[in-house]
Design a protein around this ligand. Structure first.
Ligand SMILES: Cc1cc2nc3c(=O)[nH]c(=O)nc-3n(C[C@H](O)[C@H](O)[C@H](O)COP(=O)(O)OP(=O)(O)OC[C@H]3O[C@@H](n4cnc5c(N)ncnc54)[C@H](O)[C@@H]3O)c2cc1C
Length: 394
């Protein structure tokens, strides 16, 4: 029987989101704005400024714009003027894309770079204003019983909801319970992530462009974050022996300089100025054929973890949030399984193509198009608030 929404004492659809990362918080804001009753359950007790930079292409900033958060995000973001690809051995430019005003004119919203901590702060403030965000609540179990999903937590607590969104990252507990626990796939690469205070490299004259220095089996990408106060870089390097995945493990500057010793000298000079250096092994997973089961679905890295080589991980989570909220707006509790399947159908082909493109690591390398399956235009022009919900079953 269909229940009427948002009126007086009648049942308001209650959704539990597991994980208060980028995707979970964006989803909390989007679903609350769509009129649902939302609770978020996050395992960490305190949010800390962990990690480094994220790239927000126009498809990601379109998602944030629709949440009403683009102005707040811009306050701490940097806006690159261009994207430049270099042959790392010769310093020759192999591709240049104008970003700045040009890309904002073409797609409607800007290309931005931001520290993950700054984006997380904006999303967490916005989510706390519209729903409850529980911290220190690590999900350990989940069962479906009739029209309810029951949740259990490490602290012994329990909760239930009409539907559950697993936004709990690449090692998703929700995914493990619903689809079976498998290990992510080690890529054979370790990513060094560094932050360099601007004053240390003023004399090197690093411009406002984002740059990617391409070697044969390794590369280094750099761009400004923290409102231009820090240069962020990511350098994936082949590795077989070190497989720890971590957002806090320290890296050695000397090891990284040695790993890039056949790159043009200015890359090594930059790295030598690093303030904080982290390192983490890179993992992804093969695309899932389904990620919804009855009243439970997945979102962001829980559904489609990808290598960072197209810089679309956060963007896909933000797009998911927008599309999911469109699919759930106005639905009754007994319509949730169909609405969640509709969301999955609307998203699965695109996110699978971006997972594959990220593995291929050819996006923006040279003057030819983006990846085998997606052009730059197709990646950036996607507005999750307007895109037809095609592929959807209703
Ligand atoms: C601390 C941290 C730092 C990061 N730094 C960077 C970075 O510098 N650059 C970059 O490109 N990407 C970074 N990432 C990854 C990036 O945020 C994601 O790849 C992308 O934004 C997709 O977001 P997501 O919400 O799907 O996953 P995530 O942002 O990874 O969020 C998942 C959330 O779920 C929570 N969680 C996990 N298991 C449970 C559970 N059982 N119960 C409750 N909560 C749970 C986690 O604590 C986390 O808050 C970082 C992720 C984290 C968690």
């Amino acid at each position: 029987m269909t229940q009427v929404q948002h009126s007086g004492s009648e049942h308001r659809v209650h959704v539990a989101i597991i994980g208060a990362g980028i995707g979970g918080l964006a989803t909390a804001v989007a679903l609350s704005k769509a009129g649902l009753h939302v609770e978020v359950f996050e395992q960490v007790r305190r949010f800390k400024r962990v990690g480094a930079g994220l790239q927000l292409a126009p498809n990601a900033t379109a998602a944030l714009h629709g949440l009403g958060l683009l102005t707040a995000v811009r306050a701490t973001a940097s806006r690159p003027t261009a994207w430049r690809s270099y042959d790392a051995h010769t310093g020759t430019v192999t591709r240049e894309e104008s970003l700045g005003d040009d890309i904002a004119r073409r797609y409607g919203t800007p290309y931005l770079h931001i520290h993950r901590g700054d984006l997380h702060d904006v999303l967490a403030d916005a989510a706390r204003a519209v729903c409850t965000v529980h911290r220190g609540r690590r999900l350990t179990g989940l069962t479906m019983a009739g029209e309810q999903v029951h949740l259990s937590f490490e602290d012994g607590g329990r909760a239930h909801a009409d539907a559950v969104i697993g936004a709990d990252g690449i090692h998703s507990t929700v995914r493990g319970v619903i689809f079976g626990g498998t290990r992510p796939r080690f890529s054979g690469m370790v990513a060094y992530r560094g932050l360099i205070p601007r004053e240390r490299i003023d004399r090197l004259g690093v411009g406002p462009e984002a740059a990617k220095w391409w070697g044969e089996d390794r590369h280094l990408v750099h761009y400004w974050v923290s409102g231009g106060a820090e240069l962020n870089y990511v350098a994936p390097i082949p590795a077989t022996e070190w497989t720890e995945e971590s957002w806090t493990a320290a890296g050695s500057i000397a090891d990284l300089v040695a790993a890039l010793d056949d790159f043009v000298p200015q890359v090594g000079w930059l790295v030598a100025q690093t303030g904080a250096l982290m390192r983490s092994a890179l993992y992804d997973r093969d695309p899932l054929l389904r990620w919804t089961a009855d009243r439970v679905t997945l979102l962001g890295d829980a559904a489609h973890p990808m290598l960072p080589f197209m810089a679309q991980g956060s963007a896909m989570a933000l797009e998911d949030a927008a599309v999911l909220s469109r699919c759930l707006q106005g639905v009754a509790a007994d319509e949730l399984p169909a609405a969640l399947t509709r969301y999955e159908r609307a998203r699965i082909a695109r996110t699978g193509a971006i997972q594959a493109g990220s593995r291929a690591n050819t996006f923006l390398r040279s003057a030819r198009a983006g990846t085998k399956s997606l052009t730059v235009q197709e990646v950036y022009a996607y507005d999750p608030w307007r895109v037809p919900l095609s592929g959807a079953t209703s």
